[in-house]
Design a protein around this ligand. Sequence first.
Ligand code: SAM
Length: 141
Amino acid sequence: MANPPTCRGASSFFGGLESPGEYGRSMMANRPATDYPLGSADDEHERLIRQAARLESCTQRFFRAAGIADGQRVLDIGSGVGDVAMLVARMVGPSGQVVGVERDSRSLARAKARVTEARLDNVISKRMWARSKATSSSMLL
Ligand SMILES: C[S@@+](CC[C@H](N)C(=O)[O-])C[C@H]1O[C@@H](n2cnc3c(N)ncnc32)[C@H](O)[C@@H]1O
């Protein structure tokens, strides 16, 4: 990567072509409606992977500031294809654990394959639809 990812770069990243808003509109125009607006097609998976790579250092700094550290057990709700779960798994180390929950079976399968390929034994990926009693919506974005 020519420019190392920084938090500063994040705003231009989201302001550019990769913007989930712009991308989401084009995705929605071409696909049947699902509960999750950006869907789970291969191109959305690839976008998530690129996004995670570009924002990795920023995300890691955010999690460190939030107190994520060695040995902790972390729940990742809406773990998609697993990038945040894998980043956090490296942060909490072998004595910690990440439980990634994802309701979409295609995304979950991709996450499991990537976790295995990365040899991260401290990630558990489960199919689950998280719901909140506090809101009428069951969608957690
Ligand atoms: C932005 S994407 C994934 C981001 C992911 N954390 C990453 O590391 O790239 C959000 C994901 O949340 C999932 N999702 C949305 N609402 C959910 C719910 N109520 N329960 C479980 N998963 C949910 C979607 O299927 C989608 O895969």
